[in-house]
Design a protein around this ligand. Structure first.
Ligand SMILES: Nc1ncnc2c1ncn2[C@@H]1O[C@H](COP(=O)(O)OP(=O)(O)OP(=O)(O)O)[C@@H](O)[C@H]1O
Ligand SMILES: [Mg+2]
Length: 169
């Protein structure tokens, strides 16, 4: 039986991986665009034990779930290990990543080739919305820590939690 004849519709899945510490409007732009191209978009918060975040993994998941709820086909999970294993376990054939600038390219190309070599998973690059081409979680945290205005770079919920967190320190 071919996929076309099968009764179970095949869901087209993709994953948007990252550390999302915290999620920014740049991430959300890529996730929103992926959610229009795929039936299900998995957002994977990759756990890096050697890197202490500003937000705990649970807090990052919570912020992502709240801010992606409106898309309706986004599933948010954390994962510890190789991204290709996350993909294998969930039958995900594609990784979707935003490309901000040439500076992202070298490393992303290397990762894409490594992941493809490891398991055949494909990586698709989406050009960043120019409004967000300078935007990263690290920069948002740094600017906010020095009192800079990041209102237009993160969703309102993230702005509130970020302001709270920085005030606690
Ligand atoms: N401004 C952005 N525009 C488009 N895509 C982005 C943007 N920022 C991040 N991404 C995408 O999200 C993925 C995961 O990013 P990551 O968690 O490293 O975020 P980051 O903002 O680069 O954070 P950090 O500063 O901690 O590296 C990146 O590989 C990239 O594909
Ligand atoms: Mg990064």
């Amino acid at each position: 039986m071919t996929a076309l004849e099968s009764e179970e519709p095949l869901l087209r899945r993709a994953v948007c991986p990252g550390s999302f510490d915290p999620v920014t409007n740049g991430h959300l732009d890529i996730i929103a665009r992926a959610s229009k191209l795929y039936d299900v978009v998995h957002v994977a918060v990759m756990i890096n034990k050697s890197k202490q975040g500003l937000f705990s993994v649970e807090e990052r998941l919570d912020l992502l779930r709240e801010t992606t709820a409106e898309y309706g086909n986004v599933e948010v999970e954390s994962f510890h290990g190789l991204l290709v294993d996350f993909c294998k376990q969930r039958d995900i054939p594609a990784i979707v990543k935003g490309l901000r600038a040439v500076s992202d390219f070298d490393y992303e190309l290397q990762m894409a080739q490594m992941n493809n070599g490891l398991s055949g998973v494909e990586t698709l690059f989406v050009p960043t919305n120019p409004t967000y081409s300078f935007l990263s979680s690290s920069l948002v945290k740094e600017v906010a820590a020095w009192g800079g205005d990041v209102t237009h770079l993160v969703p309102p919920l993230v702005l509130r939690r970020l302001t709270q967190r920085l005030a606690e320190r």
